[in-house]
Design a protein. Structure first.
Lengths: 110, 113
């Protein structure tokens, strides 16, 4: 499985933007970039995913580098409810099997 | 999107007993479901792939005789932890296919005393 590298932790202030980086230098052409987040004692929650182009939804934006070897999840205005562990995962097209790395623990300060 | 439920949400059992955890796909027929385990302060570890109507496939290091998986219908997969021991205490999470990608259940907290 292609692997991703994320910082162990990041900190942000409430209502400020947050940029969560992810490196995936061994990504293949058919791998989608998925982001999930997990709040304490809950199952992971889908955030966003993309293949080549930048993506936006009501939760976040995903900026994908032109060479696809890295991506950034952008939370435009962090809230206290965004405090979670964020996982960047590569998923081969058509596959449903997610392999989790360690993720980034995001702390949001009031 | 798909909604996935798990039952029970938490369970405490005595060492040596067996515990069954259910995973239901509420609005999506799932030929494949996945079971994960998560220890405190660690990431999710894939245990096995549950296949409707056939045997589950287990990840390396996961004992198939200890973690019995049954996927008898397109909406239900069960994980039975047999002869549970304290080291099996963990957070068990299932996932299934959704419109945008895999969706996860809320998890089941198992504590073995």
């Amino acid at each position: 499985d292609a692997k991703t590298t994320q910082p162990n932790s990041m900190e942000s202030n409430e209502e400020e933007p947050v940029h969560l980086p992810c490196n995936h230098s061994t990504i293949s052409g058919t791998d989608y970039i998925h982001w999930y987040r997990q709040l304490p004692s809950q199952g992971p929650e889908y955030v966003i995913h993309g293949l080549t182009s930048n993506v936006n939804n009501r939760m976040a934006s995903l900026a994908i580098a032109e060479d696809r070897k890295s991506s950034t999840l952008i939370l435009h205005r962090a809230t206290l409810r965004d405090a979670a562990v964020y996982y960047c995962i590569l998923l081969e097209g058509g596959s449903e099997k997610l392999v989790f790395g360690k993720g980034t623990k995001l702390t949001v300060n009031p | 999107g798909a909604v996935v439920s798990q039952h029970p949400s938490w369970v405490i059992c005595k060492s040596g007993t067996s515990v069954k955890i259910e995973c239901r796909s509420l609005d999506f027929q799932a030929t494949t479901m996945f079971w994960y385990r998560q220890f405190p302060k660690q990431s999710l570890m894939l245990m096995a792939t549950s296949n409707e109507g056939s045997k589950a496939t287990y990840e390396q290091g996961v004992e198939k005789d200890k973690f019995l998986i049954n996927h008898a219908s397109l909406t239900l997969s069960t994980l039975t932890v047999t002869s549970a021991h304290p080291e099996d205490s963990s957070f068990y999470i299932c996932s299934t296919k959704g419109a945008r990608g895999p969706y996860f259940g809320p998890g089941t907290r198992l504590t073995v005393t």
